[in-house]
Ligand binder design. Sequence first.
Ligand code: ADP
Length: 305
Amino acid sequence: MSTREHRTAPNGGAKALAAPAEHAPALAAPEAPAGLIEPPPVVVFDKVSKTYENGFTAIKDVSFVVKDIPGKMEFVTILGPSGCGKSTVLRLIAGLPPQFPATSGEVLILGKPVAGPGADRGMVFQDYTSFDNRTVEDNVAFGLECRGVARKERRERAREWIKKVGLDVDRDALKYPHQLSGGMRQRVAIARTLILRPRIILMDEPFGALDPTTRLKMQDMLVSLVREASATVFFVTHSIEEAVYLGDRTYVFSSCPGTILKELPVPPPDFPAKEMQRQPEFMQIVFEIRDMIENLESSTRAGDE
Ligand code: ADP
């Protein structure tokens, strides 16, 4: 069964939102029933801080746990203003410098400290990261090529993924990135990442540069792909609508230095993005989060010396 089908009923979201979970301290997982060994969490951040060489602290004491629950792959959205450390969090999970390594605290992936990039994690960036001198097909097949998969098999699998992300194999497979629109290029980037079946998918504002209509279509596509994939997704955005639509839960970040203000369960994307994001219940949740962020930020600022 689809992992995300286990989530809260559509009208459960507003109720859940009315009583938002305070951000729980890390490592406070409930005990497993006797005799069962609980798998390690997918990601643990335990009081993680990052101060860059110039002395600027981007994130401070960030703690959260995303547990590995069989049959339930979570879609975590990270919401916050520009510069609040969202990419820093993502790149610490990915093991990418200069954000990685953290200055203090611990980042664990499936129970082990991050040592650098790995095949268990795949990343999609906001800017289009395809190779200009490779066709769509060769871009999508790139990771398989690096893994030594034979040409025929990687071609077949690449074409399968080109279709899955909504591109037309006959029309698009042999095109080069400069012949594609922004939305099409992001479809290629998503196919290139998901073809490798990473356990954790990291997405850094992947739809941030797209026009609103394309963005909604991409959200729909992502929902259906993630429902098939056995992966936990971390999705960074500064759009409240996008975070609420896509996420199972949202971490709301504050800036200077970045830290988690609130952890919120949000309702599942049970309808197409365009339809759901017009519903009064959905808009109500978005407004509540907007107010909450404004209130939290002003109270945080008021507490600063
Ligand atoms: P976000 O993704 O929320 O926009 P980032 O995680 O990219 O924010 O950055 C958080 C803060 O850290 C920003 O103020 C940014 O300018 C700063 N920062 C990012 N990279 C570096 C770096 N290499 N050196 C110094 N400061 C950096």
